[in-house]
Design a protein around this ligand. Structure first.
Ligand code: XMP
Length: 319
């Protein structure tokens, strides 16, 4: 794509002009935007960039390993990956209100990020994968830079006290353009075409209090669901697909024994921007196959249901 090739060259020149000999840190989320921003900035300034990845213990199966393999392994980009699961899960213990969960996760994320940034000696610039739609929605704090704070949404929105200039090379791009740029930069298709994943992660897919046990169950079930969606060739036709572990137990039967375990809800939607969405019309046979696999393979789940609610009136996430 010649447009993206040209954009890439211009963006690299602009990053070099802005940063000079300065040091840059970039928070990686595992998603498309921060990954594309990081690889582009690395191309521009090499080792002047350090990436920080905070594992809040609410990621899907294998996510931290993928980020480490790609950035540290493949691209050789200096990466700090901090496992802060115990800290986050400790603070979330007993909390069941969705907005309270988001606030705790957001605040803890900032604390851990600041700690790690200080450990690498700080930086002059903070890189963010802000896109054009985020810029439109962004709020400018008095005297401060314009920071994206999709209210409760972006966990990555950092406070004013991190007085660094922002490097935002994707500010003029829409999502599909970021994907094209990612391809231009040689990022793997599995990353470039990835479904959106919320900052608070699995915490908002476990209604009620989050426990390590619930996260482990949900992670296994979610991985089976996504594996089958990929195998059936449906991944790219879907905007987001995920499982939700309900705080409801029902009776089932396994062999000769009665079981009393959790209900798991499956969600998959089509959408163009996440503002409105329709439930994805899977074949019934696909859903029964996934349900059978999950109940047979995931201990703690004995019943699977499919969410057929559109947005509106529903939301995509359950919390
Ligand atoms: P809802 O559930 O509001 O979701 O229909 C719309 C889109 O936003 C994502 N989402 C979030 N993303 N932090 C995020 O970074 C959040 O707290 C959050 N809540 C919802 C959701 O996954 C969907 O793509």
């Amino acid at each position: 794509d010649w447009t993206m090739a040209a954009f890439r060259e211009q963006a690299i020149a602009a990053i070099r002009r802005q940063v000079g000999q300065g040091r840059v840190i970039c928070g990686l989320s595992g998603g498309v935007d921060s990954s594309v921003a990081a690889v582009l900035i690395h191309e521009a300034i090499g080792e002047q960039l350090t990436c920080i990845f905070v594992d809040h213990g609410l990621l899907r199966q294998g996510e931290r390993e993928e980020v480490e393999r790609l950035f540290r392994g493949h691209y050789n980009i200096p990466l700090v990956a901090r496992d802060a699961s115990d800290l986050f899960l400790g603070k979330l213990a007993g909390v069941d209100d969705p907005e309270a969960k988001r606030k705790i996760i957001g605040a803890t994320f900032i604390d851990v990020f600041e700690e790690e940034a200080a450990k690498v000696g700080g930086a002059d610039f903070l890189a963010q994968g802000t896109l054009y739609p985020d810029v439109i929605e962004s709020v400018s704090f008095a005297g401060g830079p314009s920071v994206t704070i999709k209210s409760h949404h972006n966990v990555g929105g950092l406070p004013e006290r991190m007085r660094m200039q922002l490097v935002e090379p994707l500010r003029e791009l829409f999502k599909d353009e970021v994907r094209a740029l990612g391809r231009e930069l040689g990022l793997p298709e599995t990353l470039v075409g990835r479904h959106p994943f919320p900052g608070p992660g699995l915490a908002i897919r476990i209604p009620g209090p989050v426990t390590p046990e619930a996260c482990a169950i949900l992670r296994k079930a979610d991985a089976i669901y996504l594996e089958e969606i990929r195998k059936a060739g449906l991944y790219d036709a879907i905007w987001q697909a995920f499982a939700v572990l309900l705080p409801v137990k029902t009776v089932g039967v396994m062999g000769d024994a009665r079981t009393y375990d959790h209900v798991l809800a499956l969600r998959a939607v089509t959408s163009t921007d996440g503002m409105t969405a329709d439930s994805y019309p899977f074949d019934h046979s696909f859903l029964s196959m996934v349900a059978t696999r999950i109940v047979n393979e995931v201990r703690g789940v004995n019943r699977v249901v499919y969410d057929v609610t559109s947005k509106p009136p529903g939301t995509i996430e359950w919390e």
